[in-house]
Design a protein around this ligand. Structure first.
Ligand SMILES: [Fe+2]
Length: 255
């Protein structure tokens, strides 16, 4: 029997109609700092579905010295969650990619031509350390570009070393990164400097994608709070986010 059969949550807000899909989350069970088990994953997915999101690309961390995930560990977790989603009659579509820390392990993967887990087409999700600014981003982006991947930089607004240097966001774009802002950043969840940077990126039309970066129930509660929903609508409601161009469009624009 479905774990949701006794309790039906009725959404009290208009939802995420401007979001075609979520492309960044840690809701695969037990393989990084996100959901610890299948039951939690199901509860998170069910609540997001009730809030109006029904398509998810799950992106577990791959960090050389911390979360040594591989396509195998990620696809295994995806398989388990897909089975549970089906058994519980949850009407959501889930797939998986990864959130790659741009560290030595990543450089090894890309130089060894290991296949990377892609969001769609040739798009990969990347992140930087919060503590230390990247020392050789030019080299890393060069390797990414010559291997024909299109990188999306996760939550550029969260890196403290860019807070006094907003020019860095344009520089990331010059290096070939598209920018993915976290929804929670807008709400002030990560602090006022992150919120200010997120608004700067959006107001200057530098944001290409947005994501929940959902790890746990605290994130869920803030994301689905009525005030948050109103704020998202104000900043994001004028277009539909997270639609990947089709392969043919991609080829014709050369982006
Ligand atoms: Fe993340």
């Amino acid at each position: 029997m479905s774990i949701f059969s006794r309790k039906k949550i009725v959404p009290a807000y208009p939802g995420f109609s401007w979001l075609s899909q979520d492309i960044h989350s840690h809701i695969l069970p037990g393989i990084d700092d996100g959901s610890p088990d299948i039951e939690t994953s199901l509860q998170l997915l069910n609540s997001l579905h009730d809030a109006g999101i029904s398509k998810f690309i799950c992106t577990p961390h791959i960090i050389g010295d911390l979360y040594h995930n591989t396509p195998q560990t990620i696809n295994d977790a995806l398989g388990k969650l897909k089975k549970a989603v089906y058994q519980n009659g949850l009407d959501v579509e889930i797939s998986a990619a990864a959130e790659y820390m741009l560290d030595d392990h990543f450089m090894e993967l890309i130089r060894n031509k290991e296949p990377l887990m892609k969001l769609s087409g040739n798009y990969i999700l990347t992140e930087l350390s919060y503590a230390t600014p990247p020392s050789r981003l030019e080299d890393i982006s060069f390797e990414i570009n010559i291997n024909n991947y299109q990188p999306l930089m996760a939550h550029p607004e969260r890196y403290p070393y860019y807070h006094n240097n907003y020019e860095a966001y344009s520089r990331l774009k010059e290096l070939g990164f598209l920018l993915q802002v976290n929804l929670l950043s807008l709400t002030g969840y990560y602090g006022k400097y992150v919120a200010k940077a997120a608004k700067y990126i959006l107001e200057n039309n530098l944001a290409d994608f947005v994501g929940t970066d959902l790890h746990h129930f605290n994130h869920l509660n803030v994301l689905t709070d009525t005030k948050s929903i109103e704020m998202f609508e104000k900043y994001l409601g004028h277009k539909v986010y997270n639609v990947f161009p089709s392969i043919s469009q991609h080829a014709s624009t050369g982006t």
